[in-house]
Design a protein around this ligand. Structure first.
Ligand SMILES: Cc1ncc(COP(=O)(O)O)c(C=O)c1O
Length: 508
């Protein structure tokens, strides 16, 4: 639960005035992150002013900082202040708190002076009432979204706000220090020598293909079951996508079927680490070496995923990542990066993403405008510090789903030994998918299909002249797969709720 905590609750604890114990319990809940506690920035000086009188400057700072160290802080922005001036409620500071709670989607205000919030659109509770409400709250969730970006945004709000504000106040909006630092940090995390930030995951693939020498008329092999961006990038490079069916266990490219598609025009293979599960890189690298092909990993769904102890991305010649907001590492808009250990490829990408110029206005080739946005780099630097923890949470959720669904009529994901799946998506396979999806929706459970129409059957790719029946596993799975809610902040009771609803749906 997300709540705004009035300073009178914190004042209770600092002054140990009569009846402070329940306020102490509320603050403990926020400090141990059992609830999400917010405080208005403007209230902190008041708290300090009052406490200094009691204990002196040094002690006051220490004690206040201790009480609110895990709180999130609502900044005093002009928009918030204007809204509070215009509000009908009599007290300005209370108005600020109400507006703050409204703007940040907080569910309650906890205060000792409940009467001051009598007509507030955000419900106010005394600490006693709030503790009572929490104790009685029904444990069963009534809604589980497929993805909840707000749950994540709240955790990191203040750090992201600080780093975005730094870019804005520096006015260094294109490339610059934030992009460079993020590239270094991301590359280090993925055990790559170089990271080159670009405009999106699709652009990462497109430019990586060009940097690897793919030209019009070439052929590039990839999996039949992927997001269309993989093949679009091949098309942008003027090459022809050559599709290969998927392995029925892993949903990734079937390595036993790659070689039969290789021709003298084949230039590269793009294995896709789909849903966060690494493709069989050893086998792919071995085929590529025998036929002198480049390997460009599509790791757009696989940030932090590992193959035989190595992070994906720089196992092949280059690896491409997307920072679309819903990804395991998502920006607040579009973004992407190419990881590589190859200096020449890295150098070529730096030119390609920036109009083909090394020095401003001197263009050695017809490059593109596809740079990672600097504000996005600032956001991503903050989020990268959480990626490992978030991936572990995803893996824990997947384990729980698989345990709960073990005795049901659906196929759950299979993890390849020696690999670390990072569950960008948790995919099941079922018969009667559309009825099940409808039933889940009726129970408040959001699901999506990744992907309902395979690429070779998409209108956009009629020119490839594939037909139904060409990729039987991909086609069969497209009719059966369903992605269940998956994001780090899911709770065990939400997962239990989804599993229960799913089993009920299957039994109907
Ligand atoms: C497998 C795959 N490849 C490529 C992309 C393209 O990334 P972006 O949306 O950042 O262009 C995505 C993500 O959307 C993806 O899932």
């Amino acid at each position: 639960m997300k709540v705004l905590i009035d300073i009178n609750v914190i004042e209770d604890v600092l002054s140990k005035r009569e009846g402070w114990e329940n306020s102490g319990k509320v603050i403990d809940l926020a400090q141990t992150k059992k609830i999400e506690g917010w405080i208005l920035a403007g209230s902190i000086p008041t708290l300090h002013y009052l406490h200094v009188k009691r204990v002196g400057e040094r002690q006051a700072r220490k004690e206040i900082a201790e009480q609110i160290s895990e709180f999130l802080i609502v900044p005093l922005r002009k928009g918030l202040i204007s809204a509070a001036w215009q509000s009908d409620f009599p007290d300005f500071e209370d108005n600020l708190q109400i507006e703050a709670a409204k703007q940040f989607g907080l569910e309650a205000i906890i205060t000792r002076n409940k009467k001051d919030f009598k007509d507030s659109p955000v419900p106010a509770y005394t600490p006693e009432e709030f503790l009572d409400k929490l104790a009685k709250e029904k444990k069963q969730p009534d809604k589980v979204n497929f993805l909840d970006l707000k749950a994540q945004f709240h955790q990191i709000y203040n750090s992201v706000d600080d780093s975005m504000t730094e870019v804005i106040t520096n006015t260094s909006f294109i490339l610059g220090k934030e992009v460079e630092l993020f590239e270094e940090e991301f590359a280090r995390f993925h055990q790559a020598k170089y990271g080159i930030g670009v405009g999106s995951g699709t652009e990462a693939l497109h430019l990586a293909l060009l940097a690897c020498g793919v030209q019009p008329g070439d052929e590039v092999i990839t999996a039949a079951n992927t997001f269309i961006a993989t093949t679009l990038a091949i098309s942008y490079a003027g090459a022809r996508p050559v599709l290969v069916d998927i392995d029925p266990q892993t949903y990734n490219i079937d390595i036993s079927k790659i070689e039969e598609t290789i021709t003298e025009r084949t230039k590269a293979i793009i294995p896709v680490h789909l849903y966060g599960q690494p493709a069989d890189m050893d086998a792919i690298l071995e085929i590529a070496a025998r036929h002198n092909l480049k390997v460009i990993e599509d790791a757009c769904q696989a940030h932090g995923s590992e193959y035989k102890g190595r992070k994906v991305g720089a196992i092949g010649d280059a690896g491409c990542f997307s920072f679309y907001p819903g990804k395991n590492l998502g920006a607040y808009g579009d973004g992407g990066i190419v990881a590589t250990n190859n200096e020449e490829i890295a150098d070529s990408l730096k030119l390609l993403r920036n109009y083909g110029q090394r020095v401003k206005y001197y263009h050695s080739q017809k490059g593109f405008n596809s740079r990672l946005d600097t504000i996005q780099a600032a956001v991503l630097r903050v989020k990268l510090n959480h990626l490992e923890k978030w991936n572990n949470l995803r893996r824990g959720h997947a384990r729980l789903y698989s345990q709960l669904l073990a005795d049901s009529d659906c196929a759950t994901p299979v993890e390849v030994p020696d690999s670390r799946h990072v569950y960008h998506l948790y995919i099941i396979r079922v018969e009667g998918r559309s009825a099940l999806q409808e039933y889940l929706a009726s129970k408040g459970v959001g699901t999506i299909i990744h992907y309902p129409v395979p690429i070779h059957l998409q209108e956009a790719y009629r020119d490839l002249e594939y037909s139904r029946g060409d990729f039987p596993v991909t086609e069969e799975y497209a009719d059966k797969i369903l992605s269940l809610p998956m994001f780090p902040e899911l709770t065990p009771s939400q997962i239990e709720w989804v599993a229960l609803a799913l089993k009920e749906g299957l039994e109907r």
